[in-house]
Design a binder for this molecule. Sequence first.
Ligand code: HEM
Ligand code: HEM
Ligand SMILES: [Fe+2]
Length: 461
Amino acid sequence: MKYESQRIAYWFFAVCMLLFGLQLVYGFIMAFAHAGYDVLHDIIPFHTARATHTNLLVMWNLCGFMGAAYYIVPEEAERELYWPKLAAVQLIAFVVVGVVALVGFHFSWWEGRKFLEIPRPLDYLVVIDVLLFIVNIGLTIFKGNRVTTTASVLYFGLLMAALLYLPGMIPTDNQTVDSYWRWWVVHLWVEGVWELIMGGILAFLLIKLTGVDREVIEKWLYIIVGLTFLSGILGTGHHYYYIGAPRYWLLVGGLFSALEPLAFLGMAIYGITMAKRGGRKHENRTALLWTIGCCVMSFVGAGFLGFAHTLPQVNLYTHGTLVTATHGHMAFWGAYAMLILAIITYAMPKLTGRKLYDKPSATFAFWTSNIGMISMTLAFGVAGVTQVVLERRMGMEFLAVQEEIEMHFIGLILAAALFTLGIIAFIYNFIRYGWPRGEVRTPQAAEPEPEGVGVPAGADA
Ligand code: HEM
Ligand code: HEM
Ligand SMILES: [Fe+2]
């Protein structure tokens, strides 16, 4: 660790681990309910579990992005965080607002809009909190000793993510208009500005882990940002097909969203190429594994499975079914969950001064969670396709179909148990790292940024 204030990232990552663990508990509640064992129905009905599961996911992802930024930006800007104490206050406030929202869901205090369930008064607090973060990071970059492309792309992504929260707060009592704005948040986040955050974090990791020149890695970043904007903005139209919006969205949404996988393909090729080109053997191989894994699995989940239902002719049948959940799980896992687990795996040895990355439990966590998630995707996929055939093709009644597919959720539970085993290993490793007591090392003594390819093994601190 080069700067004292990077230490705050540890606490953001610790909150991530906690919320992630809790998210899985709610996943199991829903999986059991789907399998016919809705035993908690009176205390935690399905809609409450669902809102809690997805909001916990969004919360820990945002927390991970903020932690990543607090770790990366001082190193990129070559200075301490502008306002370290504010970062701590901002984390506490974020957790308090989050917990109030989650508890509120259990008492039916919610907005009922998928992914944006947080009640309006709390939305304002979220906005203030995130703006404090944006200002803190912005001032660190602005007052820093250098401005890198990596930090700029990361910052722009975070800033736009904060601003794009606002369209979801536009008041309307029209269902179509409400849906229209909701997608500005949900779609333009995960298929727009979050991809920039992803590009920035990946670039940082690849620079540190592969030893390939910064210029080469950052050139790729421009290509990925370009592809994201070219396809992702108008690609929003793939959510406007059947919500009562004008017909031209069928063409615009279909055409542009079909191009979206290119950005994810770019990231997969980027990660693999850089890892192959880099002559540097960084000690922390597990961090590289998570980084390359993220590049590849995001293509599978977002690119491939996204494309599978993005054309209007297909979406007509699959819309709002378990096919969406199939894609949602693998895309969120591959792109954003794995990304955060990658930066945590990279940063923890530096934050705590302990090197636990070559322990068998670290490798076990990677493979078990990934094999578990692939199996979960298959279970959801089979249930989803069966649902589409029975309900949308053959016209069977919704609840009758749900009963038909109960069996697939036993498969899901087994796959999710495997996945959870991997995540428990990850969290166990996180706890074993201990408190953030890592030494601050001068930029010279700490990891020197490689000048080119082929920095000798063990050059990293
Ligand atoms: C990392 C990037 C991505 C993530 C995290 C993600 C996640 C999700 C989630 C959670 C949903 C459900 C949203 C809701 O109903 O409120 C969804 C829907 C959808 N996604 Fe993605 N997605 C990603 C990228 C993509 C890409 C690249 C494509 C197209 C090539 C795509 C195509 C779709 C479509 C068509 C739907 C609507 C499904 C429906 O009509 O029910 N997604 N995505
Ligand atoms: C123990 C593991 C997990 C289980 C058992 C589980 C189960 C479920 C179930 C049953 C649903 C509801 C599907 C429906 O609407 O009928 C769901 C929704 C969802 N879960 Fe999970 N989940 C797990 C882990 C995860 C993880 C790790 C992620 C993200 C990385 C995730 C992301 C999502 C998303 C985005 C949705 C909403 C999908 C949509 O909009 O259609 N889940 N989950
Ligand atoms: Fe989308």
